[in-house]
Design a protein around this ligand. Structure first.
Ligand SMILES: [Fe+2]
Length: 246
C-alpha cells in the first residue's frame, strides 16, 4: 500500500448501534389501519424479532371520527396479542400506548387532564397532527401536556407540509420542549422528497429524539430494507436516541 493510498482513504463511517425498542406502530389487529388480523400481527412481530427488536410499544390511532379507540379497546387487544405471541414462541415484549390525533376530542381530554396512554416513566405521549395546516392549538396542547405531567412526543414532524421549507417554524415548535419522533421510512424516501429532506435536516441538526417504524403493514418492514443505502439513517442511529431508554 502506498503512502498516497493511506492518505486518500476516507475515515470509515461509524457503525450504527441498532435499536432494540420501537415506539410507533399499528400492530394490534383490527383497531385501526394497521394489522388486519392476528396472523398479520404475528408475521410483523416475527420480522421485528428477526431484526433484533426485543421491545415494542405499539400505538393504535386514536382519532375521534375514524378510529375512536380508548384503553377499553386497546388494552384487551394487547392482552390477546401477548397471549398469541407467547403461544407462537416470539420473544418480544409488547406494550401499548396510542398515537393521538390532535382533534377536538384530544384537546378536550388534555384540557380535562384525562388519563392518557403513555410510554415509560417520563410518560411519553405520542401524538400527530393534520398534515397540511398547523393546528391552531398545537402550542397550547404541548404546554398543557407538560403541565399535566406528560412528555409530548410529536410523531413524524418531517411529514407535515406546514414544516416543509420552513425550518424556522420547526425550530419554533422544537423550542417548546416537545420531543421529535422521526420515521425510519422517511430516510428511505418512502413518502415524498420534502419528507426525506426534512428528516435529513432534523438529523443534521440533532433534533431527533426517537426513531419509529410507524409500521402498519408487512410492506413497511419490507421497505425498510432500502435504509441500508441512507447515510442519514446511519447518522440518526448514532444520535442519543431515547428509544434506548425505554
Ligand atoms: Fe402512526
Amino acid at each position: 500500500m502506498s503512502i498516497f493510498s493511506i492518505f486518500s482513504r476516507r475515515q470509515p463511517e461509524p457503525l450504527p448501534e441498532e435499536l432494540t425498542t420501537d415506539i410507533h406502530s399499528h400492530l394490534l389487529p383490527g383497531l385501526d389501519d394497521g394489522a388486519t388480523n392476528m396472523e398479520e400481527t404475528l408475521a410483523m412481530l416475527r420480522t421485528f424479532q428477526e431484526r433484533g427488536y426485543r421491545r415494542l410499544y405499539t400505538t393504535p390511532h386514536i382519532l375521534q371520527d375514524y378510529f375512536p379507540n380508548s384503553p377499553e379497546t386497546i388494552l384487551p387487544a394487547l392482552e390477546q396479542v401477548r397471549t398469541a405471541v407467547a403461544q407462537a414462541g416470539i420473544e418480544i415484549e409488547i406494550f401499548a400506548a396510542a398515537e393521538y390525533y390532535l382533534d377536538d376530542a384530544f384537546i378536550a381530554a388534555v384540557n380535562q387532564n384525562a388519563s392518557l396512554l403513555s410510554m415509560g416513566p417520563k410518560k411519553y405521549v405520542l401524538f400527530e397532527t393534520a398534515f397540511i395546516n398547523e393546528p391552531v392549538h398545537l402550542r397550547e396542547v404541548i404546554f398543557q401536556l407538560f403541565s399535566n405531567g406528560y412528555t409530548p412526543v410529536l410523531a413524524h414532524p418531517e411529514r407535515y407540509q406546514y414544516f416543509f421549507d420552513n425550518f424556522a417554524r420547526v425550530e419554533d415548535i422544537f423550542s417548546t420542549g416537545v420531543l421529535f419522533q422521526v420515521n425510519y421510512l422517511s430516510f428511505a424516501n418512502y413518502y415524498a422528497p420534502p419528507v426525506l429532506k426534512l428528516a435529513e435536516q432534523l438529523t443534521d441538526a440533532g433534533m431527533v429524539h426517537f426513531l419509529g417504524s410507524d409500521c402498519h403493514k408487512p410492506r413497511h418492514l419490507e421497505a425498510m430494507k432500502a435504509l441500508a443505502k441512507s447515510k442519514h439513517w446511519r447518522k440518526a442511529l448514532n444520535l442519543p436516541l431515547l428509544n434506548r431508554s425505554l
